[in-house]
Structure formats: structure tokens, C-alpha cells
Design a binder for this molecule. Structure first.
Ligand code: V47
Length: 370
């Protein structure tokens, strides 16, 4: 009979198991070996060890609402099914009154965060964004606003010929608490030149997040995978985030996003589409590589509730969120619901043997146990 430890831990990963047990940082080569290994349960058990070291059984969730103020976008990235040209019959811009109305409509839902992102529209200037923030603030006092990707912040800086720090300062003053992690995609210039050729570079994305951190504004980070990227490019992406986090400590959470090709221009290409196995491996490896991130978040909208629930044993400690209205993934064929009530989130977390903790944007605890 093999000792129990060997049944769980494949010998080929023994040195990595030891590193994780001792809290030694993994490198790119380790990550590549984990990705190439088929021993999903060992990888998951290691990620779970780190997850429980950092967060115990706590699984965070947030009661939030998404708003997409416009789908008109100058970038028209090939990866995106949401963006439209201005003359498209389904293009739209929400007026400030409509945005305020959407915010007010959830005043009785006990939400604690508003997540607003949209396209790069040349006619929407900084004053539109400032007024939007002020109106949402007034409509929902006490609710935190996590809005505008680094891509949008850069776009506003270019439009007004202002420094990014200045734009961020103005948005912060108007009520912005945090930037979401969108627009990161995969930092590799090779990949970006195909999937989002007009979008800011990975370097610029990192610069903008570091600028936000310097003014005391925390942010998130994402990675879009399952299209044309290689495993090496995923690892480089995560290591670039780890270095930035070493510098500033300003990232709250890392969120892997699985690519959905329907209605995008990438649909016709030969893609390395992610499987459930790949999703779980990616969650677990991100937990193991990003030793300086406190939280790994599963955005159930893009994975479905089944993988999202299982991910809670593969390194994930945060299940986002009630969401309420989602367009980006659904325009690209996601077949999940667009809203999950708080009690369903709690049920999923408890069903995975974890302890539900309601949080705000900054991971302050608002309630627990349930
Ligand atoms: O930046 C676009 C991705 C992101 C597709 O920070 C697609 O807490 C899959 O970043 N298939 C926006 N993904 C969403 C996002 C996000 C979501 C939830 C929470 C947070 C957070 C951030 O969605 C984009 C892009 O990477 N995306 N098109 C697609 N076809």
C-alpha cells in the first residue's frame, strides 16, 4: 500500500508540493509543469491549501449591480460581441437620467456595489462620467462604485489630453472607489494584436492600475483565456500581475475569465477553447502563482454555477455576485442567468461546505454565516 500522501500527491510534482507547503514562491517553470500535468486533484489540493491558509473556509460574495452605459466603442475588439458602431441599429447610450433611474431602481435591494463599464465613445467626455458618479452616489448613499476599466481611463486621458493620474483624481473626487479588472485580456503583444488590436497595451494597463494604487484606489485584475493564447502567455500574464502587486499591493482580487466566442470575430478562428478541466486548473494555478493576491474570484456568469461552485475547492474564495444585469458575456453566448439572488449565492457556498461571508468592495465584512 502506498502512503496516503502519495495517493494524493503525484511524485512528479513532489518538489512543487514541498515549495507550496513551505510557502516558497513558485516560478514560471513550476507553473508550466503544473499546467502540463494531468494531476488535477493534486493541483487543486495544493491550491486549496493556500486558499485555506489565506482565507480559511470563508467564501466572500457581494450584492452588486452591473450597468453598461454604452455599447458604442471605437476599439471594436475582435474578442468582444458587446461593442457596436454608432450607426448600428442596436447601439445605445444611456442618458444620465437613465443611469440614475437604474441606480434608484435597486435602492431597496440592499446592494453595496455598482459596477459600471462601457465602450470607448468619443462624444462621452469626462463631465458625463463625473456627473454619472455624482448621481449614483446621491441615489445610493453608502454604496461603493467600482467602475471604468483601465482602457476607459486611458481613453478619457487621451480625449482630454490629460495625465492618467489627473483623470483618476477627478473620478475619485466625484465618487469612484475602485477600478474593476477588465481590459487586461492577455498582456502578450502577439495575442493583443489579434484579439484586441486597438486596445491599450498590457504595459499601459499595468501603469494605469499602478497609478490608481498610488492615489489609494484599489483595483482588480482579470485574465481572459481560452482563445489563441498559449499556456506560457497565461503564465507571463499572471507573473506580470504578481510583480505589479509586489510594487504596490493595490490589487484586491484576481478574476480568471473564460472566453465566449459566439458573435465575435474570433468565432471563425481555431481556438483553444477552455474546458471545465482547464477552468479548474487555471483557478488553482492562479491561486498558487499569485501568492501576493488575497483573493481569487469566480465570476459565475462566465462559468455557470456548477464550475463556479466546484472552484471553491480549487483555490477560489470569492463568488461574484448578484450582478443583476449582464451584457458582455451574454452577447457572446453565455447561457447563464443574468442575476443570482443573495440566498442562491449563500446556498451554493454552503453546498460546497464553505462559510458564506457578505463583503463590500474592499472586503469589509457585512454579514456572515446566514
Ligand atoms: O474586459 C469581453 C471580457 C471583461 C468577452 O473586476 C469577454 O470584479 C468572455 O472585467 N467572452 C469585462 N469575456 C468583465 C470584467 C469583470 C467582470 C466581473 C467582475 C470584474 C471585477 C470584472 O469581459 C472584458 C473582457 O476581458 N470579455 N468579451 C467574451 N466574448
Amino acid at each position: 500500500m502506498k502512503p496516503l500522501e502519495q495517493l494524493f500527491y503525484n511524485a512528479e510534482l513532489n518538489d512543487i508540493v514541498e515549495k507550496v507547503q513551505q510557502g516558497i514562491r513558485l516560478d514560471a517553470e513550476d507553473a508550466l509543469r503544473l499546467y502540463r500535468s494531468n494531476d488535477l486533484l493534486t493541483i487543486g489540493a495544493l491550491a486549496n491549501m493556500v486558499r485555506e491558509r489565506k482565507n480559511g473556509h470563508n467564501t466572500y460574495f457581494i450584492v452588486n449591480r452591473h450597468i453598461n452605459h454604452t455599447n458604442i466603442c471605437e476599439n471594436r475588439c475582435k474578442l468582444c460581441a458587446f461593442g457596436r458602431d454608432a450607426d448600428h441599429p442596436k447601439s445605445y447610450i444611456l442618458s444620465l437620467d437613465e443611469i440614475e433611474q437604474k441606480a434608484r431602481s435597486c435602492a431597496d435591494k440592499n446592494i453595496t456595489e455598482i459596477h459600471i463599464v462601457g465602450g470607448m465613445h468619443p462624444e462621452l467626455k469626462l463631465d458625463y462620467y463625473v456627473e454619472m458618479l455624482k448621481r449614483v452616489r446621491t441615489a445610493l448613499p453608502g454604496v461603493m462604485i467600482q467602475s471604468f476599466t483601465a482602457v476607459e481611463v486611458d481613453y478619457l486621458a487621451q480625449l482630454h489630453k490629460m495625465a492618467v493620474e489627473e483623470v483618476l483624481g477627478i473620478l475619485k473626487e466625484a465618487g469612484l472607489d475602485s477600478l474593476p479588472g477588465g481590459g487586461a485580456e492577455i498582456f502578450s503583444p502577439r495575442v493583443r494584436s489579434v484579439i484586441c488590436d486597438k486596445k491599450i497595451s498590457g504595459e499601459r494597463w499595468l501603469e494605469i492600475h499602478k497609478a490608481a494604487h498610488r492615489i489609494g484606489m484599489p483595483t482588480n485584475a482579470t485574465m481572459l483565456y481560452g482563445h489563441i493564447e498559449t499556456i506560457e502567455e497565461r503564465i507571463e500574464h499572471m507573473l506580470a500581475l504578481r510583480s505589479a502587486q509586489d510594487e504596490t499591493g493595490g490589487f484586491l482580487a484576481f478574476i480568471p475569465l473564460r472566453f465566449h466566442p459566439r458573435n465575435t470575430e474570433l468565432e471563425r478562428l481555431k481556438l483553444n477553447r477552455a474546458t471545465g478541466y482547464d477552468d479548474l486548473k487555471t483557478y488553482a494555478i492562479s491561486r498558487l502563482l499569485l501568492d501576493n493576491f488575497d483573493h481569487i474570484k469566480s465570476y459565475w456568469i462566465m462559468f455557470g454555477t456548477k464550475i463556479a461552485q466546484v472552484s471553491l475547492s480549487f483555490g477560489v474564495d470569492d463568488l461574484d455576485g448578484t450582478v443583476m444585469e449582464e451584457n458582455i458575456a451574454h452577447d457572446a453566448g453565455a447561457d447563464t442567468d443574468q442575476y443570482m439572488p443573495k440566498n442562491k449565492l449563500i446556498e451554493l457556498i454552503k453546498g460546497a461546505g464553505r462559510y458564506p461571508v457578505e463583503r463590500d468592495t474592499l472586503y469589509n465584512v457585512l454579514g456572515e454565516g446566514f
